[in-house]
Design a protein around this ligand. Structure first.
Ligand SMILES: [Zn+2]
Length: 394
């Protein structure tokens, strides 16, 4: 215990992304790093952690291929307390606050979350809470951008999940205010945006940032991260890493919290329920599943649909005899039984992807979730069961 208390409080290490680190470090050495970068890639693979690494490189007094991690500015970034490195990310909307009070409440919530991370809290990439980057957040960024930096050449802003600037706000005001800053960062300012859905960023924001893609990590790297940075037992770490698609943040979401299933594991099972409901004869089960969803908050379904696609891909893999390619590695026997019992052809599962894509668009448009799910089960049933489903529906 004493050793743990003596240890300097810093956030966890950056793992993986060696190629991206090398190209960024080379660009920095040649003073060619753009003032506005967009790190994009899968959810939970460490984009915001990479952005902090980059901020560290920018303020480091002895940067080489990596930030030195020993100079004072480096240590301040690692302790999330550098006065010129400002990390923003989506937050739940504070209740009952408006105007300047909202700006203050958002800043308070952000500092509290950063304090938790500084103490070692690891955030899974999945959250049931509705979070956003609100106009209040952009106002606070704008105010800081016009202040003189304390010790760095200019302020460095990290904006995580930047695509949430638009859909959470009914007007594009927040995105437009940010746009002005990106166009001409005041006082040597730098912006590092991250997004797992760069296609949903305003085109004007996309065109003002230089993209850098971060790929998934290897399963071994994720497993190693879980064991050595999150204290997960090796067997659990391996199980979660294999489900994670190369994303430590996703892997954390699968792991149980005390006796509760991990949120992503629960979501994955709900997605499976949805797929099996569409394989069942008759529509009653489908309605039952649809009515089990709340009538509002359709955007929360987007994550669910990723899992529906995963199960469809797995069904297609099993149906075509490629069970080694199954992502839900702990459900192979169950999938084989389903394919045998329902006689799913590989092409039928592939056809079903279009249904999921339609449902995803409706969810982004905030259509009632019960309607979206009901429609999806009907469409999937049609695609997976072919002629049989059509007969039931008429
Ligand atoms: Zn340094």
């Amino acid at each position: 215990m004493a050793a743990a208390q003596d240890r300097r409080v810093t956030m966890h290490a950056l793992v993986g992304h060696e190629d991206a680190r090398a190209s960024v470090a080379t660009a920095h050495q040649r003073d060619l790093l753009p003032a506005a970068l967009l790190l994009h890639g899968g959810r939970g693979i460490g984009k915001q952690r990479m952005a902090l690494w980059l901020a560290q490189l920018l303020v480091c007094q002895k940067p080489g291929d990596e930030p030195c991690s020993t100079c004072a500015p480096c240590r301040m970034v690692l302790g999330l307390e550098h006065p010129d490195v400002h990390w923003y990310f989506p937050l739940p909307r504070p209740k009952g606050a408006a105007g300047d009070k909202l700006v203050e409440a958002l800043e308070q919530a952000r500092f509290e979350e950063i304090a938790d991370i500084r103490e070692g809290a690891l955030r899974p990439s999945h959250s049931e809470e509705v979070r956003g980057l609100y106009l209040g957040t952009v106002k606070s960024i704008r105010a800081r951008a016009h202040k003189r930096p304390v010790m760095a050449r200019g302020p460095i802003f990290i904006i995580g999940e930047a695509e949430l600037l638009v859909p959470q706000e009914s007007s594009p005001e927040a995105a437009n205010a940010l746009l002005k800053l990106l166009e001409e960062p005041p006082g040597g300012g730098r912006f590092i945006l991250t997004s797992n859905e760069p296609g949903r960023l305003l085109p004007t924001i996309r065109s003002r940032t230089v993209p850098l893609h971060l790929g998934p990590l290897s399963t071994e790297t994720v497993q190693d991260f879980l064991e050595h940075h999150a204290g997960v037992a090796p067997d659990k770490a391996e199980w979660a890493a294999r489900l994670s698609q190369g994303s430590p943040g996703r892997a954390l979401g699968f792991l149980p919290d005390t006796d509760e299933r991990g949120p992503l594991d629960a979501l994955r099972r709900r997605a499976y329920e949805l797929v099996t409901a569409s394989l069942a004869a008759g529509t009653a089960k489908g309605y039952g599943v649809a009515l089990g969803f709340p009538p509002a908050g359709a955007r929360g379904l987007v994550d669910l649909f990723d899992f529906v696609e995963e199960w469809l891909r797995d069904l297609a893999a099993v149906a075509s005899g490629a069970k080694d390619a199954v992502l839900n590695h702990d459900a192979v026997a169950e999938l084989e039984r389903r394919v045998r019992d329902s006689g799913i052809a590989p092409f039928a599962a592939a056809d079903a992807f279009a249904s999921v894509e339609r449902a995803r668009e409706l969810a982004w448009a905030n259509v009632n979730p019960q309607l979206v799910i009901g429609g999806l089960i009907r469409d999937l049933s049609g695609a997976l069961r072919g002629g049989r489903a059509a007969a039931v529906r008429t």
